[in-house]
Design a protein around this ligand. Structure first.
Ligand SMILES: [Fe+2]
Ligand SMILES: [Fe+2]
Length: 313
């Protein structure tokens, strides 16, 4: 039987628009974002909409703020980590445009360049966090090890995960970081500038994912769905590891001994917040689910839904 190959035409104007916007919003880490500042540790880093610290009502306001700073430090480190595999994948697939559409090629080259810069930005944030926080924080995940595991999966699966990530990044800034008045000014500026450059990434992700999808047979696409499910499961494993480390660190440095029950609520609260941040908030974004459902069958959508059910609840 002939595999069904869908037709896909490169939308050169849409890539060109991404290039033009990318040039207009481009930022320099020192000149535009950090501007010689350091963090104000009397403010929150991750807004309550993402950290969910307001649900832990047995914590004082100062303790909630500390937990939002710990989660914020991990938030920056997680982005630095995922951008390692995203940059590598984007540079890899750019080869398919080398001798083809030059607007698409430029959009992907700029995308890769921006992700390399963002990784440096997040390393700077980690250093600024370390200056003002008590010793003992550990980020347990190794970007190259994670990237090697992710990149061993099919391009369809990796682009699906990437599109998911870059769509929730936009939602996080728009709905939570931007509007929260209690969030540190420097923190807000970091994610405002990041959001501006990420807006083009989400558009390019969709175009590249659809272009990849159009090349696949039904069986290859089904393997892509399996890979996406495996990748989300692996992300959840990473989140469990880091949530445990961050909760331990908080309990050690928060300044008092919490009861066993409250300590358990902190652990559960941090894991639930990380699942919300890195999995659930993206899956719930209509923009992502619409792209995904337009490419796969109802059965495949159910397969993904069933795999996600234990995480979504
Ligand atoms: Fe980025
Ligand atoms: Fe990005």
């Amino acid at each position: 039987m002939q595999p069904m190959i869908r037709q896909y035409e490169v939308d050169t104007d849409r890539y060109a628009k991404c290039v033009a916007t990318s040039k207009r919003v481009r930022f320099d880490i020192d000149r535009d974002v950090i501007r010689g500042r350091s963090f104000d540790f009397t403010t929150r880093f991750l807004p309550d909409g993402l950290s969910k610290v307001d649900r832990l009502d047995f914590l004082t306001s100062d303790e909630q703020r500390l937990l939002s700073q710990i989660q914020g430090r991990t938030y920056a480190n997680i982005f630095g980590l995922v951008e390692r595999f995203i940059a590598a994948k984007v540079l890899e697939i750019s080869s398919e445009h080398w001798l083809g559409d030059q607007n698409a090629l430029e959009a992907l080259v700029r995308f890769g360049d921006e992700e390399i810069k963002h990784q440096e930005l997040f390393r700077r944030i980690e250093r600024l966090c370390a200056e003002g926080m008590p010793p003992g924080y550990t980020f347990l995940l190794e970007p190259n090890a994670v990237a090697s595991a992710v990149l061993s999966k099919s391009t369809w699966g990796v682009l699906a995960l990437t599109c998911h990530i870059e769509i929730f990044v936009l939602a996080h800034y728009r709905e939570s970081i931007g509007p929260d008045a209690r969030v540190s000014e420097l923190w807000k500026d970091v994610f405002l500038h990041h959001w501006r450059e990420e807006s083009q990434h989400a558009i390019v992700d969709e175009m590249e994912w659809r272009r990849e999808d159009a090349k696949l047979s039904a069986d290859e696409r089904d393997q892509g769905v399996t890979d996406l499910i495996d990748l989300v499961g692996a992300v959840d494993g990473l989140l469990q590891t880091q949530a445990g480390a961050d909760a331990d660190y908080f309990l050690k440095v928060c300044g008092r001994a919490l009861t066993e029950a409250d300590s358990a609520r902190v652990r559960a609260g941090v894991l639930a917040a990380y699942r919300w941040q890195y999995i659930v908030s993206g899956v719930r974004e209509p923009r992502f689910s619409q792209i995904l459902s337009s490419m796969i069958t109802g059965d495949q959508m159910n397969r993904i839904g069933n795999a996600l059910a234990p995480i979504m609840n």
